[in-house]
Design a protein around this ligand. Structure first.
Ligand SMILES: NC(=O)c1ccc[n+]([C@@H]2O[C@H](COP(=O)([O-])OP(=O)(O)OC[C@H]3O[C@@H](n4cnc5c(N)ncnc54)[C@H](OP(=O)(O)O)[C@@H]3O)[C@@H](O)[C@H]2O)c1
Length: 194
């Protein structure tokens, strides 16, 4: 069933590759309206949004989106009557396929929006990763977008190591130093008849 989906990640990071401060709060320095507009439009076209229990994209359209919320507080899968489009998911007790089937997810994009451990869980699976950079923000001691990111390894190093290739950099908000690069897995060349 996962084969019917594309797995795409979305993150905005500081110059040092962080998605939040040490306490798990996302500082204003990496919040940006243009990036939010981009993210919200992307999530509108996704089949499923996936995130950890402390993350959420917010916004008025969020309740309409099908979502998997990762938590170890359930053994496998559990619905939440207060959030009919959401499913609590513990990957230790249920596969992604099982979660997608229980959610009755349409084919399409599985949008992974963090945090660190959730981005890490999907590392071998990304078809694309949309990495926004906030050039004027530093978050020393913060939470990295991927566990491997630190003084000697950038998010770009990790994406390169996964075999993803960067597309052109797009300025979402040049005055604020906010730019987006989409990294994609190269398509295997299709065989042509001779
Ligand atoms: N800049 C960005 O692009 C970006 C992206 C995402 C998040 N953030 C920010 O980062 C902060 C939160 O980061 P975070 O890393 O603490 O949050 P998180 O991943 O949203 O939540 C962590 C929780 O998710 C559950 N979880 C994570 N991995 C799991 C796994 N493999 N199996 C089962 N459950 C799992 C656990 O929940 P239980 O405790 O219930 O077991 C864990 O405590 C927030 O401020 C958020 O806004 C920023």
């Amino acid at each position: 069933m996962v084969e019917a989906h594309r797995i795409e990640g979305y993150a905005i990071v500081s110059t040092d590759g962080m998605i939040a401060d040490a306490g798990g709060t996302m500082p204003d320095a990496i919040r940006n309206d243009a990036d939010q507009r981009f993210l919200q439009a992307e999530l509108d076209r996704a089949a499923v949004v996936v995130h950890g229990r402390h993350s959420h994209e917010g916004g008025p359209r969020a309740p309409r989106r099908k979502r998997l919320i990762l938590t170890r507080h359930v053994p496998s899968l559990s619905s939440d009557p207060a959030q009919p489009n959401s499913l609590l998911w513990n990957p230790a007790g249920a596969t992604l396929d099982a979660a997608l089937a229980r959610l009755d997810a349409a084919d399409g994009i599985i949008a992974v929006i963090g945090g660190t451990d959730v981005f890490a869980l999907f590392l071998p699976l990304y078809d694309a990763f949309h990495l926004t950079r906030a050039a004027h923000a530093r978050i020393p001691g913060g939470r990295p977008v991927f566990p491997q990111v630190g003084p000697h390894k950038t998010p770009e190093d990790v994406l390169t190591g996964l075999g993803l290739k960067p597309g052109p950099r797009c300025d979402l908000d040049a005055a604020a130093g906010i730019s987006l690069t989409t990294w994609k897995r190269e398509e295997a060349p299709t065989a042509t008849a001779s």
